[in-house]
Write a protein that binds this ligand. Structure first.
Ligand SMILES: [Zn+2]
Length: 323
């Protein structure tokens, strides 16, 4: 065992009957993979939490960032446990923090594109991402960093359009991390227009935008989906809090006890086929919180109508990651 999985008092947290574990299978659409995580560890956590499938997005960052995962590792896990993992061609790579590279793709960018295309051509990978475009740096209490510094690279840029072209050609979604600040939203709108026949998953409830702003975007861009990666507010999770810093553009989805805010609840009921859930355990120690994160999602989902609950829990992901 690589880390201590605590026994968590999940049973004391109530959920509505239609979101109970035995009645609701879950697809975790925002999962990461570091070099020190075993497939068996993930399978054990998924089985205990009632998760049928998990997206795996390798983190290529260095050891201090708790990374050292790879696409090959993700593929090997998917091969070893058929039907349980959904590997993506990873976007979390040190070479992709350079602003210049996004604006003017160089030889390293061309190598990466060629490599990504070969993987997509194999038919074994289901998506591209997570691409880190506007992201604030942080240090976990275990000393791991989420980027040495803030990342702010242009999402409507020549290199992103090349990734979008690949996603279009191979019919896989692009998954993007971008805090929904005004300039970033304007750029995302242009990318959504450019890649109009490609599904774009905007992570963390569309960059923690407001319910109104998300509604406007979903109405205008039929190719846009939002994942709720890390949006549950458990003590060890991230994006369900104003974290790692608070800006005027950040909006949370729940009140800290699993109750959805009314505007977010209305949004999910209005667009039930456009949202996915995900645990976003980016760093390995966060897996100790895995079951609690899933349980919190069950509480959140129990706020919704039964059909909406099923859409967010697994149906949307099933349709998106079908081959
Ligand atoms: Zn993210």
């Amino acid at each position: 065992m690589l880390f201590g999985v605590k026994t968590l008092p999940v049973a004391v947290l109530a959920v509505a009957p239609h979101a109970e574990p035995e009645k609701l299978s879950i697809i975790d659409a925002h999962g990461h993979l570091n070099g020190d995580v075993l497939a068996e560890t993930l399978i054990a956590l998924m089985d205990r939490a009632g998760v049928s499938r998990m997206v795996l997005m390798a983190r290529y960052y260095g050891a201090r960032a708790g990374g050292l995962g790879s696409d090959e590792q993700a593929l090997a896990y998917a091969t070893k446990y058929p039907g349980r993992f959904i590997p993506f061609v990873a976007g979390q790579r040190p070479v992709l923090v350079s602003r210049m590279r996004w604006l003017s793709p160089d030889r390293q960018a061309e190598d990466l594109l060629r490599n990504a295309e070969a993987k997509l051509r194999s038919g074994e990978f289901y998506g591209l991402g997570e691409f880190i475009m506007l992201h604030y740096a942080y240090t976990t209490r275990h000393g791991e960093t989420g980027g040495e510094q803030d990342v702010n690279v242009p999402v409507d840029s020549p290199l992103m359009r090349r990734f979008a072209d690949l996603a279009t050609a191979y019919r896989v979604p692009l998954l993007i991390h971008l805090e929904a600040e005004p300039d970033a939203v304007a750029q995302m709108a242009r990318l959504l227009e450019y890649a109009s026949s490609t599904k774009v998953i905007w992570a963390h409830n569309c960059g923690r935008a407001s319910a109104n702003q998300i509604k406007t975007l979903l109405a205008r861009y039929p190719n846009l989906l939002c994942d709720l990666g890390g949006m549950m507010a458990t003590p060890d999770s991230g994006y369900g809090h104003y974290w790692p810093r608070r800006t005027p553009w950040m909006h949370l989805i729940e009140d800290g006890s699993g109750q959805l805010y009314p505007d977010m609840k209305a949004l999910y009921e209005a667009y039930p086929d456009r949202f996915l859930i995900g645990t976003d355990a980016a760093h390995t120690p966060a897996l100790a919180d895995y079951e609690r994160r899933i349980h919190r999602f069950r509480q959140i989902l129990s706020n919704l109508q039964p059909e909406t609950t099923q859409r967010l829990a697994f149906k949307n992901a099933e349709e998106l990651f079908r081959r």
